[in-house]
Write a protein that binds this ligand. Structure first.
Ligand SMILES: Cc1cc2nc3c(=O)[nH]c(=O)nc-3n(C[C@H](O)[C@H](O)[C@H](O)COP(=O)(O)OP(=O)(O)OC[C@H]3O[C@@H](n4cnc5c(N)ncnc54)[C@H](O)[C@@H]3O)c2cc1C
Length: 431
């Protein structure tokens, strides 16, 4: 699952500062906490544990940010994908409100960490725009605005004229500006978190695939594919949608239906184009069910994304659609060509909310961010650190404990997403 041809992280790989701290684990070690997976969840947990003096090892199969954390769009959003009311309906008023408050503060936690640890990740705190397609899109964002404003969140409905000025296209009826949000270079942020964790004392091991965890005399023995052992009092499984090779990681991934999402990056725009397209550097996405997202990076490249996997026949279909769709959105960019393209897998859950598992004594995991994992991965990583240190109980968590169960028909549904996106893009933006 991890190595399914989606190796490249495209633009992010080309422009992220290198991460030189990691090495392959080559001898047996003993730590307080072993963390499997080097994305936002694992690296944030490692940072917050190491800051409290815990002896921590991050064990990453490939390299830091190999999974969603090195491939995403970089929209640092507050809350979850679903509307606030849906969170309360799923979790009840008390837990739902607690989760919304907790995740509403997520972006500020991310940007505070970026400042505090001087993480060079192109952070831009100018908000994000959810862009309305047609009358249905306007109803959707108006309802979201109403629900967030009732919670006191700094969100604002923007009319069509101002939306056009902020985006540089007249394609949308309006938009919802969330001032809590912003953008980052996602792989640079993941590496920055890992570097901060290492500076705080965490050991970071890359190219280190974990294949077994076994309980032995009140401790865990975590074993790599090379037979090296890590003895730990506690284990955090932070493998998300990229979990593989290990029972615990398979359990976590087993509840997730994997949705493919790709990004393509243009050449740097000219100064005139940059003055017209996203002049305020907000990140944006639209209300379509097969949605599109777009944002600028520090070099002025437009990063354009949508649902789909850039493999087999889909690679050509999505690439051609991207050129047509972007030329339609921003005619001044035609003919469009892309310097980079890459894709990754998003872990979706049945109710679009994350999952919190206790996989054994002192073995915990949080996953299932449904395409909104930058801020949640960061803050839930911190929560996992606090749980592991005993500074929080399960009841203090704004997320109920989940019984691990496999999503029914998850592979077929994942194939369905992939095929549906290809079909939609084959016909899309032709007229
Ligand atoms: C294309 C795309 C676009 C997205 N856009 C956004 C966005 O704009 N905003 C947003 O907030 N979220 C977005 N997301 C979601 C976000 O990227 C993820 O939710 C987040 O990165 C998950 O972080 P994580 O640390 O839990 O898991 P991951 O980053 O997936 O990390 C899991 C790690 O575990 C490792 N691993 C797995 N099995 C093993 C093993 N057996 N041994 C050792 N290591 C193992 C993997 O190699 C991987 O590095 C997007 C995701 C994708 C794929």
């Amino acid at each position: 699952m991890v190595n399914d041809g989606s190796g490249t992280r495209g633009l992010w790989e080309a422009t992220a500062p290198p991460f030189q701290t990691g090495s392959t684990l080559s001898r047996n070690i003993t730590v307080d906490v072993a963390i499997v997976g080097g994305g936002y969840t694992g690296c944030s947990a490692a940072l917050h544990l190491a800051q409290q003096g815990a002896k921590v090892a991050v064990l990453e199969h490939m390299d830091i940010g190999h999974g969603g954390s090195g491939r995403n769009v970089g929209l640092v959003n507050a809350g979850m994908w679903v509307r606030p009311h849906a969170v309360k309906e799923a979790l009840g008023e008390a837990k739902g409100s607690a989760l919304l408050t907790f995740l509403g503060q997520g972006p500020s936690v991310v940007f505070d960490l970026v400042r505090r640890f001087d993480i060079a990740c192109e952070a831009v705190e100018q908000g994000t725009l959810h862009c309305a397609v047609g009358a249905g899109g306007m109803r959707e964002i108006a309802e979201r605005a109403r629900q967030w404003q009732a919670l006191g969140a700094p969100v604002e409905l923007i009319d069509a004229r101002r939306t056009a000025q902020m985006l540089g296209t007249q394609a949308y009826r309006g938009s919802l500006l969330d001032r809590r949000a912003g953008t980052i270079q996602p792989l640079a942020y993941a590496r920055g978190l890992a570097r901060a964790a290492a500076d705080a004392g965490a050991q970071i091991f890359t190219q280190t695939r974990i294949v077994n965890t076994a309980r032995m005399a009140n401790t865990w023995c975590v074993t790599t594919a090379d037979g090296i052992e890590v003895r730990a009092n506690a284990v955090i499984v932070a493998t998300g949608a990229y979990g593989a090779h290990l029972n615990a990681a398979d359990t976590v991934a087993g509840e997730l239906v994997r949705l493919p999402y790709f990004n393509m990056a243009t050449q740097p725009l000219t100064a005139a184009q940059r003055a017209a397209i996203l002049p305020g550097r907000q990140g944006a996405w639209d209300t379509r069910s097969v949605l599109s997202s777009f944002r600028l990076d520090d070099q002025g490249r437009l990063v354009f994304g949508s649902v789909g996997a850039l493999r087999s026949a889909g690679a050509r279909v999505h690439h051609d659609w991207g050129r047509r769709a972007l030329a339609k959105l921003f005619p001044q960019l035609a003919p469009v060509s892309f310097d980079y393209q890459w894709y990754g897998w998003i872990g979706m859950t049945s109710n679009a909310l994350p999952r919190f598992y206790r996989l054994g004594p002192n073995m915990v995991s949080i996953s299932g961010y449904n395409g909104r994992g930058i801020a949640p991965g960061t803050v839930f990583g911190k929560v996992l650190a606090e749980l592991t240190l005993g500074h929080r109980s399960d009841e203090d968590l704004p997320l109920p404990l989940t019984d691990a169960r496999r999503a029914v028909g998850r592979r077929i549904r994942s194939v369905g997403y992939e095929a549906g996106a290809s079909l939609s893009h084959f016909f899309g933006s032709r007229f």
